[in-house]
Design a protein around this ligand. Sequence first.
Ligand code: ATP
Ligand code: MG
Length: 447
Amino acid sequence: MTDLRLAPPEDGLRVIRRLNEAGHEAWFVGGCVRDGLLGLAPKDWDICTDARPEEMAEAFAGWHVVETGLKHGTLTVMLRHRPYEVTTFRLDGAYTDHRHPDTVTFTADLAEDLRRRDFTVNAMAWHPEKGLADLFGGREDLEKRLIRCVGDPGERFGEDALRILRGLRFAACYGFSVEPGTASAMRAMAGDVEMVAGERVRVETEKLLCGRDAARILRDFAGVVTDVFPPLRPMVGFDQRSPWHRYDVWEHTVRAVEAAAPEPLLRWTMLLHDAGKPAAFFTDGEGVGHAYGHQKISAEIAASLFDRMHFDTATRERALLLIRWHDVKMRAERRPLLHLLNRFGEEAVRQLIEVHRADETAKGTSPRGDADAWAEEITAALDALLAEQPCFTLAALAVSGRDLIAAGMKPGKALGETLQRLLTAVIEGEAPNEREALLALAARIDR
Ligand code: ATP
Ligand code: MG
């Protein structure tokens, strides 16, 4: 495996040829070489070069380029609407704040540029004629499916603690193991991730959670994950003493993450849905464990973590809703479904079904597949119900506040309550969603 199993895009090759013609070295580097060797489609084809920023600008004079990162040595070449990032070989200086290198030094030596990269599998370069530049055994580690730091793991994590999460992210997404020396440095230094910018923590954790091997990593590196997110620590090994639960809170959580569709919103929700259990826990006279109100505490814990990671408002609010109501009662019947639709809206109801399904699957107390069958049944009922275009919002009600005012009712709080009662009557099937009937009912309520 010394050649890419995937042909690089012609446009990327053009960028490399252009730099070569101008007398510079240029290589594909990093993720695209890793993925190309594995035969997976890379997200981007990044290029590195010994050309200095001003030399790059000169080589691409007349091309469509974006100079956003030129100070750090990055120029983006746009070809057929696709960006190709070209970066000058560089060394990173010290990371005194554990966030960014204090200084960036350019170099003419590819080896130095590869040495600053995080993992051996990410530290390879490839050139169409020269082939693979692999100075740290990256190809062999790819074959062994291993994540291993370039150089001394402790030093490398000391420079940038985010690499700990990146390493786990790659292991989760590619199904790799972590080389023992790298793993023990991860465990020893996970507390340093606290100093890393929240946005970066979010990006890597989210990818980890959506990885095909997320469960294995969350299980094997529970200590790392809970050092990164200390409020989750009490979950690990927490015995639920409940006939409804076969596993401790962390193992249940891991299984719930795995059972949910690999989408960030759902995976974050499952990771955090029971975070409040240890705090809410008590045992009754029979020694059975309960955790009433844990949903609210889970949502509070989630809110604090989301804020630290600077989540966007839309994701934050929706995840908090799903966590808060993760075990709201859901039945595959008309009226209960209409009430749920009224309260949460269609999109969130569908997400809540997925959350329930994952949660039930992960309890390990009902036969396998039961939760799937339940989700299918309630989804079918929901689809059938929605196909009728039923009324479950004030907006869809056949009368509006204006209609009621036109019929002589006074604007104000009571009017709002009347509308709400009309909607309830329609949902309950006590009144048809028709103008005359609702006006008559409103007149009766108003009296
Ligand atoms: P993806 O396919 O998810 O984009 P990637 O390996 O391309 O994976 P990027 O974050 O795009 O990851 O980074 C590109 C390359 O830059 C990496 O392959 C690695 O060589 C290097 N790199 C990125 N972040 C770091 C870091 N924190 N420390 C050291 N090297 C890094
Ligand atoms: Mg990349």
